[in-house]
Design a protein around this ligand. Structure first.
Ligand SMILES: Cc1cc2nc3c(=O)[nH]c(=O)nc-3n(C[C@H](O)[C@H](O)[C@H](O)COP(=O)(O)OP(=O)(O)OC[C@H]3O[C@@H](n4cnc5c(N)ncnc54)[C@H](O)[C@@H]3O)c2cc1C
Length: 366
């Protein structure tokens, strides 16, 4: 008697040929020799090792409070970095949850959801639940929980953002980390998602979501779309007047700009006074730093002050329209609104001017 049934025979494969396994180059990946390797190794053993390391620091687990972590910490990230392992099922979310509960049992005083570490796992399940119950969750059209907003379709703006060429070092460094590591801190994701959508460029959140989906190693259908809706003020969060400054937000955590220097080495010799706004550096300083703005590193593609003001106006008008039509906004309604807004808001076409001489004016922080 055989214990294991024999394997079914291989069916008729017809005339199809068995081809070679495609190379990485054929799959579209470029040679990364000489480049920094992403600090992630796949597999369950690595995932469990990271989980044990995070959990063994009981004080850190018990006091974990998001969004208090430092988004610019890259040598030792401020969060667990377990998302790729959870996404691929290398680490069980239930086991992770149980480990946190065990720490809480031993440490009665601990933070609570939504900001605690346990709360982060609840956010994960929150997005899974809403995504499951919402038709067309991953798009604006036909999605009842999503505000209908006349985003622009400007591929030039999208490309500059995706290719880390906005001229805002904080934004470009984050996008470079995305290309190199496939992972960034949660607040860093906030900054670039806000910048692309409601903060500065007014590009559709679905376009940014698609870029993240392609490049994140933790890319997750429900979590990614949910967070893009959140950050673009399309759903879950509606305070569109609160915009991340691409200049002052990162500076709070990293005044010397070490994160920027690491991910954008072209700016590594820029003095700290100018690292977040290099276009304001006098030409002599740019020359000494071997980085001429507009030649070695781009000028800012928009003026944050006027672009963010325009974005707020557009959001206010779109919210008003959604309210008036009780969320049933047709494509034609959006087009009419877009035409009206295009006539009044044109900051995107008016980039900030580079100040390569002394006496350059700084932008007001928002
Ligand atoms: C625009 C945008 C897109 C995002 N896309 C993704 C994505 O595709 N995949 C993804 O896993 N996370 C995504 N996130 C959520 C969050 O940024 C990452 O889960 C987190 O940064 C991963 O790092 P970590 O494992 O160190 O997180 P920790 O802070 O250590 O949290 C532990 C786990 O909780 C879960 N978690 C944490 N924050 C969130 C959140 N806001 N929503 C849902 N679950 C959360 C993750 O599974 C994470 O691994 C996105 C956030 C934004 C703002």
């Amino acid at each position: 008697m055989t214990i294991f049934p024999s394997l079914p025979s291989v069916g008729d494969v017809g005339s199809s040929q068995i081809v070679e396994v495609p190379t990485l180059e054929e799959l579209g990946y470029v040679d990364i020799e000489g480049n920094e390797l992403p600090p992630f190794r796949g597999g369950e053993s690595e995932g469990l090792k990271r989980l044990r390391e995070a959990i063994s620091n009981e004080k850190w687990v018990a006091t974990f409070e998001k969004p208090k972590g430092d988004p610019s910490a890259f040598l030792r990230p401020a969060t667990t970095t377990l998302s790729p392992y959870l996404k691929f099922g290398c680490v069980s979310s239930r086991y992770f949850y149980q480990c946190i509960q065990d720490v809480y049992t031993r440490n009665k005083k601990h933070t609570s959801p939504p900001v605690s570490l346990l709360g982060q796992l609840l956010w994960r399940d929150f997005f899974y639940t809403v995504a499951f119950g919402t038709p067309n969750f991953d798009q604006m059209r036909g999605n009842k929980i999503c505000k209908q907003i006349p985003w622009n379709d400007n591929d030039e703006l999208l490309t500059a953002w995706r290719e880390a060429k906005t001229g805002y070092p904080w934004i470009d460094a984050i996008m470079t980390q995305l290309h190199k590591w496939g992972w960034m801190h949660h607040l860093a994701r906030h900054c670039v998602a806000c910048f692309l959508t409601r903060g500065d460029l007014f590009v559709h959140w679905e376009k940014g979501r698609d870029v993240f989906e392609r490049l994140l190693i933790d890319s997750d259908w429900a979590i990614n779309s949910g967070n893009w809706m959140w950050l673009s003020c399309s759903s879950f969060f509606y305070q569109y007047n609160r915009i991340y400054s691409p200049i002052s937000f990162g500076k709070k955590y990293d005044p010397n700009g070490n994160y920027i220097r690491h991910f954008l080495p072209i700016l590594k010799d820029m003095p700290k006074e100018y690292i977040y706004e290099p276009w304001t550096a006098p030409l002599s300083v740019q020359t000494k730093a071997k980085c001429i703005i507009g030649k070695d590193y781009p000028k800012p593609m928009v003026s944050h002050d006027s672009a963010s003001k325009d974005c707020k106006q557009k959001l206010a008008a779109a919210y008003e329209l959604n309210k008036k039509l009780n969320g049933v906004v047709s494509e034609e309604d959006l087009k009419v609104l877009q035409r009206k807004l295009d006539a009044t808001c044109d900051s995107v076409l008016n980039p900030v001017h580079s100040h390569s001489s002394s006496g350059a004016k700084r932008q007001r922080r928002s």
